[in-house]
Design a protein around this ligand. Structure first.
Ligand code: AQP
Length: 344
């Protein structure tokens, strides 16, 4: 049985938002108590769509600052940016040769992101899930906390791990590496806000690339911005329902109740017991207070860290040095398994 290890990543593509926080980062923080964790700023993923170089550098530091400000301990666990550990790209190439075109053709995120102009999308955007599988498996990580939108990519990572284990089963045995070299990583999609929706449209997920800044709460927003965005959030004219069931056909209400539940560490039914039957205006006031209370200190700490890029860079370099040791060992095994010749 492989030892449990947690890996996850966030893209440094700007506008880190409440969805990233509640869907992913909050769970990263919790898992530190029970697991060894590796948290990565996935800058190689970011460049699958065009990034302005100076902005990319700023965004790598911003995501790192958000990790630290949210409570991730870079000394006890590993925090680094992906491009500093070349083994991610190296294993991704091997996986490009393991994964099948048919598998990638089914990925909905590529279809959404490439849109109608598919011919003009980068090859990297198409092969993105193979790199994601490499990110996880280069550490032979067993558990991956992510938001709902990443479920399909995680399933692909499992398929790749399984096919590698099958294709090379003889060689894995010959090299004394057990029966199965890679674990099948398990997605951890937990909490009441695994898919936070846009504040302007309850049918669209809250996203960094939405043209409207009013669609999302950014982790760097101050109290005034948070208050304005929550107050302007789309709702319907009915009072809040008293039961969970009543949220089913009301996506905007469901979203705001889910956000409240996640920020307060309560369940949605519990939140509805308090606010059910009331108007949105009162609920929104409470949500503003809660969001400012929870996110305010994170935003303030991020601002402080933005003035100390030397410290943030040190964290990333130290994390990368420690990550490289684990990744290098895996890659050596992979090279032996595949049949490459390498220096010792
Ligand atoms: N709306 C969301 N609700 C819950 N979880 C979410 N995540 C993203 N959006 C939501 C989770 O956040 C983690 C990091 O995401 P990412 O940075 O890798 O990239 P993303 O999913 O591409 O982020 P966006 O905002 O959705 O960017 P664009 O606008 O480019 O599409 C992941 O665990 C993700 O599940």
């Amino acid at each position: 049985m492989a030892k449990e290890l947690v890996f996850s990543g966030v893209q440094p593509t700007g506008n880190l938002h409440l969805g990233n926080y509640l869907g992913a980062i909050v769970n990263f923080v919790k898992l530190q108590d029970t697991h060894n964790c590796i948290y990565c700023v996935v800058d190689l993923h970011a460049i699958t769509v065009w990034q302005d170089p100076a902005e990319l550098t700023r965004n790598i530091r911003e995501v790192t600052a958000a990790f630290i400000a949210s409570g991730i301990d870079p000394k006890k666990h590993i925090v680094f940016n992906q491009s500093q550990v070349a083994e991610h790209a190296e294993l991704a190439w091997v996986f490009n040769c393991v994964a099948r075109l048919g598998w990638l053709n089914r990925m909905t995120q590529f279809k959404e992101k490439a849109g109608k102009d598919r011919e003009n999308a980068s090859v990297g955007l198409y092969a993105y899930p193979n790199l994601m599988a490499a990110d996880i498996l280069v550490y032979r990580a067993t558990h991956v906390p992510v938001g709902e939108d990443q479920k399909q990519h995680l399933e692909l990572s499992r398929d790749i791990a399984q096919k590698f284990n099958n294709d090379f089963s003889e060689s894995i045995k010959v090299h004394g590496l057990g029966d199965k070299f890679f674990p099948l990583p398990e997605p951890l999609i937990t909490g009441p806000a695994t898919r936070v929706m846009s504040l302007r449209d309850g049918s669209k997920k809250m996203s960094k690339s939405d043209a409207s800044d009013y669609s999302r709460i950014n982790l760097s927003d101050d109290a005034d911005a948070i208050a304005q965005k929550v107050r302007k959030a789309k709702t319907d004219p009915e009072p809040l329902p008293s039961e969970d069931e009543g949220l089913k056909t009301r996506p905007e209400a469901d979203n705001l109740v889910g956000i409240y539940a996640a920020l307060s560490g309560r369940s949605k039914p519990d939140v509805l017991r308090e606010f059910g039957g009331g108007q949105f205006s009162g609920f929104k006031n409470s949500l503003v207070d809660l969001a400012v209370e929870k996110l305010g200190p994170i935003g303030a700490e991020m601002k402080k860290l933005s003035q100390d890029s030397a410290y943030v860079d040190e964290v990333l370099i130290d994390g990368a040095n420690r990550a490289r040791v684990i990744a290098g060992e895996t890659m050596n095994h992979v090279k032996d398994i595949v049949g490459f010749i390498r220096g010792r």
